[in-house]
Design a protein around this ligand. Structure first.
Ligand code: ZN
Length: 592
């Protein structure tokens, strides 16, 4: 046997420890090299997963073998040309979709973060055995994974699974626990919505909402990728987490127990549920767009170090545009609600000066050290290839629709990209993507599109919206702080993000804001305005009702009390407001 097998056990759930045993039959007498990825596709940051590996040991039937660490993520094993095994514990206490988690309620492994590859065996069949603990408390636990089940026990059973090679193994997360499962079918392919962790929702109802979203994306690409014969939404439910990561035939999701709808939930009235559906839609679209159709640089993934690509404006931008658009186009939310949601995204782009310091191509390229390592200055320094990428997607869609009387749209580009570069497994380059967009876009918009990608400048969307029957106006922030949109008349604002409670601590200060001009900085503790203690209420009143151009603000920096003049002025108009003026044209866009 020259295949490789991984046995995964819930070693000490209360101590958050899995145990992994890798069984190998070496091909010759040379030492065997084991390597663990340093990052996981879809989340572009070096995470050094091997730091969670505890005491790896090698042995064969005669006893211990020598295991030598080569660097942070690799070790080699000297063996006797006989089958041997490597065993280690993995500390699983990262409640995110990127690594692993285990406690008494549920477990999760993203194999990319926990299972070593074996050099020379990467293209072999990889066997995975999931071992159910003996004790009573795990009697009702099941497992859910998109890995191929190879014994004929029931679905979601513990037991034996396999992947065609190592890279495939890394793309199949595994969820353990008392699972709540709802099933639906898209084009004869079973889809499962699976949760672990307490919630108060109705999964059948959520599945009913997911079904048209999945169908929507299938229609965009003329069906599911051939090899997808099941799809799983693997959802960890917790108190207030949120996140998603795309995989080959599943997605790993993290949400709050309050995000999951029950039978009576109105989507439009429940921002959290709408966001959850949009997340599901986003990750499902990735089944095509980035998991199969992907940057050529990612074929195959190089897990050792950063892999640079300029193309995330396409892979995350298009996906982000369609995640919300799919909700209105399938009738799950109204046009007005969609325009409100889109307006919020456009406001986020304008709220800081990030787009003036970085193009979306640069944002993609530097994601490893910037987008994924944001600090308090991020809104003024970073352009989001997600949000601005989505705005570029929207701009393209509207230009195509307005110039073809509603006949051509962005889905045509997505479909062609899929058939040319995805199905064929060729991958894309930045040049090929540009060529494709310019092929569809009318000539007079070519420069607009190229500028949108390459320039660190504002997008001019007013006319583009106008041509599709929507007015776009930017207004001042209508609340004093925290960059929210409330329905109050324009008031003066601070331009800083604060913590709640007293004294509020400054989390973020925008460039050019009154707070910045007053010399307020991150970590300052705000005490009083015009000798009144600062609170949510007093800020609102004092900033609004002041006839002077300034008020006096007191704050602690470190342990020193400082006083400064805070200018009283409204924000720059950065809150996007979208209103329909031509229903027929809008229907080209928002109805299918
Ligand atoms: Zn994404």
């Amino acid at each position: 046997m020259t295949d490789v097998k991984y046995t995964i056990e819930l070693f000490e759930p209360l101590q958050h420890l899995f145990q992994v045993t890798i069984h190998i039959s070496p091909k010759d007498e040379h030492p065997v090299l084991f390597e663990l990825p340093n990052w996981i596709p879809g989340s572009y940051m070096i995470r050094d997963f091997a730091k969670h590996v505890i005491a790896p040991k090698a042995s064969d039937h005669l006893g211990a073998l020598t295991l030598t660490h080569q660097d942070k993520c690799r070790f080699s094993v000297k063996h006797k040309n006989q089958p041997f095994q490597v065993t280690y514990q993995y500390y699983a206490y990262d409640l995110s979709v990127r690594k692993a988690y285990l406690d008494q309620e549920f477990g999760f492994i993203n194999p990319c973060s926990a299972l070593y590859s074996v050099k020379g065996f990467e293209e072999k069949i990889h066997h995975i055995e999931l071992v159910q603990p003996n004790s009573e408390e795990f009697a009702k636990w099941q497992v859910a994974t998109g890995l191929k089940q190879i014994d004929d026990s029931e679905k979601f059973s513990w037991g034996n699974y396999q992947a065609t090679n190592y890279q495939t193994l890394t793309d199949h997360p595994i969820l353990f626990g008392q699972l709540d499962i709802a099933e639906f079918t898209i084009e004869d392919v079973p889809h499962y919505l699976i949760t672990a962790g307490r919630h108060f929702g109705d999964l059948e109802r959520v599945a009913k909402d997911l079904k048209p979203l999945c169908q929507y994306h299938c229609d965009m690409f003329n069906g599911l990728p051939e090899e997808v014969d099941q799809y799983l939404f693997l959802t960890m439910v917790t108190d207030n987490g949120f996140g998603g990561l795309e995989h080959l035939n599943s997605t790993a999701l993290l949400c709050s127990r309050y995000d999951i709808a029950d039978a009576s939930t109105e989507i439009e009235d429940n921002e959290d549920y709408q966001t959850f559906l949009s997340l599901c839609s986003h990750e499902y679209l990735h089944t095509w767009n980035v998991k199969r159709l992907k940057p050529r640089e990612f074929i195959p993934y190089q897990f050792e170090q950063e892999v640079y690509t300029k193309q995330l404006w396409f892979y995350e931008g298009m996906t982000s545009y369609f995640d919300d658009l799919s909700l209105v186009q399938t009738g799950l939310i109204s046009k007005q609600k969609y325009l409100k949601t889109l307006g919020k995204a456009l406001s986020r782009i304008e709220r800081g000066q990030g787009q003036l310091n970085q193009s979306v191509l640069d944002s993609s390229f530097h994601t490893w050290s910037k987008f994924y390592q944001q600090d308090e200055a991020a809104p003024d320094q970073i352009a989001s290839y997600y949000v601005k990428g989505a705005a570029i997607a929207c701009m393209t869609d509207l230009i195509l629709l307005a110039n073809s009387n509603g006949q051509v749209n962005l889905k045509h580009i997505m479909n062609e990209a899929w058939h040319k570069f995805g199905k064929t497994n060729l991958g894309t380059t930045q040049e090929k993507l540009e060529e494709l967009f310019l092929h569809y876009l009318p000539k007079q918009f070519h420069q607009t599109f190229i500028d949108a990608l390459y320039n660190a400048e504002k997008l001019n969307l007013v006319e583009v919206f106008n041509d599709i029957g929507v007015t776009l106006k930017y207004q001042s922030q209508q609340d004093y702080t925290n960059f929210s949109t409330n329905a109050e008349p324009t008031v003066n604002w601070l331009g800083a993000m604060l913590t709640t409670g007293f004294p509020p601590k400054v989390k973020q200060v925008l460039n050019n804001s009154p707070a910045q001009r007053a010399g307020i900085a991150v970590s300052d503790e705000l005490i009083a305005i015009n000798d009144i203690k600062i609170s949510d209420k007093s800020l609102k009143v004092l900033l609004k009702n002041n006839s002077q151009p300034y008020c006096e603000i007191r704050f602690f920096r470190k342990d020193q009390l400082l006083t400064s003049k805070l200018p009283l002025e409204p924000s720059e108009p950065f809150i996007a407001d979208l209103q329909i003026t031509d229903q027929e044209k809008v229907d080209w866009w928002l109805q299918i």
